[in-house]
Write a protein that binds this ligand. Structure first.
Ligand SMILES: Nc1ncnc2c1ncn2[C@@H]1O[C@H](COP(=O)(O)OP(=O)(O)OP(=O)(O)O)[C@@H](O)[C@H]1O
Length: 258
């Protein structure tokens, strides 16, 4: 693993009420690392993810991100437009509900092409070629390139959302329950695809999930949250096979006990 972090999170807090949100969160994320954020519903996972991905201003603390040119950015000291630019270029966000990450009323091809145009690509045939290539890479039927995502199944929409994000070669992807709400068999295929892409592209990922099986499959390191705090962090196998904090023990055993 590269020794210089890609992101440094220092004492980050965003609270809606005591214990609701996230509080005093600190960790580093390294290039190519997949970090899982786990915890029960309401533990603050999404609040944290949104604060990390420049979409929700924290009350206190900082998120530093090292750009591809080596420059460190202090996210919440940047103008809003710069944060939005990062989200369009070096970062990607895969939402649980595809409708939050796709434009449902334009074609699948346009959904992918739009992100390329946002980073300055103007050549129509290149945009279309790249779009088709990415559709193949995420195992979508290219003959449906002109169909709207609203005519796609849930699993296909997630694949399209992933293609839309990856087409600009981001370095860091934020995922919020990317397989939530899908059939178990569709979930398994999507997870397989995500695992392959993350390895091939050496992507850094921060993934929120309440599903420990998903965390085990994708994440190298885990952060366990409860009532807005990190209660345990460590290598995934270590945390899941030998949990130290009573809450993590409960979380792990509640999955094992039918
Ligand atoms: N905009 C908001 N206004 C007020 N309270 C909020 C808001 N967003 C989240 N909360 C509260 O903050 C707490 C943490 O919510 P959050 O969505 O971060 O948890 P989560 O772990 O992602 O849960 P889930 O797995 O159910 O999505 C919850 O008690 C939630 O009700």
């Amino acid at each position: 693993m590269n020794s210089e972090p890609l992101m440094r999170v220092d004492n980050l807090s965003k609270l809606y009420a005591p214990g609701k949100g996230c509080e005093s969160i600190s960790f580093d994320l390294y290039p190519g690392e997949v970090l899982g954020i786990v915890g029960e519903s309401g533990s603050g996972k999404s609040t944290l993810l949104n604060s990390l991905s420049a979409r929700l201003e924290p009350d206190t603390g900082s998120v530093l991100y090292k750009r591809s040119n080596g420059e460190w950015l202090d996210l919440y000291k940047l103008p809003e437009s710069e944060r939005r630019r990062l989200l369009r270029t070096e970062w990607g966000v895969v939402h649980q509900h595809a409708r939050d990450g796709l434009r449902m009323n334009v074609s699948a091809g346009a959904n992918i092409g739009e992100r390329l145009m946002a980073v300055g690509e103007r050549n129509y045939s290149k945009i279309r070629d790249k779009g088709l290539r990415w559709m193949k890479d995420v195992e979508l039927d290219v003959s449906r390139v002109d169909d709207k995502p609203s005519t796609y199944s849930g699993g296909m929409q997630q694949r399209l959302q992933i293609a839309r994000n990856l087409v600009t070669h981001p370095r860091l992807i934020f995922m919020d329950e990317p397989t939530g709400g899908l059939d178990v068999s569709v979930q398994a295929r999507l997870l397989d695809l995500l695992r392959t892409l993350v390895t091939e592209l050496n992507l850094a990922v921060i993934i929120v999930t309440h599903d420990l099986a998903v965390a085990r499959l994708l994440a190298q390191r885990l952060v366990v949250m409860r009532h807005g705090h990190i209660v345990e962090t460590g290598l995934t196998d270590q945390v899941l096979d030998d949990p130290q904090h009573p809450y993590t023990q409960l979380l792990v055993s509640s999955v094992l006990t039918p």
